[in-house]
Design a binder for this molecule. Structure first.
Ligand code: PXP
Length: 246
């Protein structure tokens, strides 16, 4: 298993998801704007990692982007992928630092919920094992529930990423409390907890304040804000909010 980038005690990494730079590029079919350039700007602005989701329909990141993203900066690449044999083959070929297994449905606009790691244990087992044996740090994108954390433990996943979509969409102290409790449970059991989806300047602070969380992966909002303020400014501001929460 590869070693995560040095983490100061109490520090919280920011993984910048650059998918939607590719969404804009693909709207015209050319090379502009280039997600690799976005990765370089994010790195210079203080991002700790780059995250990209190679979807089955290649609606944003493409196969060619993976090698380009890995070559563009020294930051670790977190490749989000569905648990399919095609994606496993691609991950094993490129060997990104980390692979985050997400549920994927062709008709969805974005990842709409966590993976059912408990219900899909038998299907996930060989994929998690193959990624781990290749030295890729496996993360499972799950809902903040005890059943899913226990399944991640049985699958021997070193990382879980809690889906914050429900918290981001509906707000609410209950969902935030569930995320905090499950981050503590994961941490107590030796699993590194991450979180992401739907995070913005307005809702990031309570999540960033959860002490066990080691990484937040944020995309759509940062790329959207980049239209108004520039990517460096949006990454810096998000980082500042995350740091202030610790
Ligand atoms: N984490 C995971 C596993 C995701 O699938 C996504 C969306 O691709 C994100 C984080 C980032 O979510 P958002 O784009 O809403 O910030």
């Amino acid at each position: 298993m590869s070693v995560p980038p040095a983490l100061r005690p109490g520090a919280l990494r920011l993984g910048v998801n650059i998918d939607h730079v590719a969404t804009i590029r693909n709207a015209r079919g050319g090379g502009h704007p280039d997600p690799a350039k976005a990765a370089q700007i994010a790195a210079a602005a203080g991002a700790d990692g780059i995250t990209a989701h190679l979807r089955e329909d290649r609606r944003h990141i493409t196969d060619d982007d993976i090698a380009r993203l890995m070559g563009a900066t020294d930051l670790p690449l977190n490749l989000e992928m569905a648990a399919t044999h095609e994606m496993l083959g691609i991950a094993l070929r490129h060997r990104p630092h980390a692979a985050c297994i997400v549920p994927e449905r062709r008709e969805e606009r974005t990842t709409e919920g966590g993976l059912d790691a408990a219900g899909q244990y038998d299907m996930l087992r060989p994929i998690v094992d193959a990624l781990g044996e290749a030295g890729i740090r496996v993360s499972l994108f799950i809902e903040p529930s005890e059943r899913q954390v226990e399944a991640a433990l049985r699958l021997r996943a070193p990382v879980v990423e809690f889906h914050t979509g429900r918290y981001a969409h509906d707000g609410g102290a209950d969902e935030l409390r569930r995320i905090a409790e499950m981050a503590a449970l994961a941490g107590k059991n030796g699993i590194e907890p991450h979180a992401g989806h739907g995070l913005t300047y307005d809702n990031v602070v309570p999540v960033a304040a959860i002490p066990q969380l080691a990484e937040l992966n944020i995309g759509h909002f940062l790329i959207g804000e980049a239209i108004f303020d520039g990517l460096a400014a949006s990454v810096k501001r998000m980082r500042g909010l995350m740091e202030a929460a610790r």
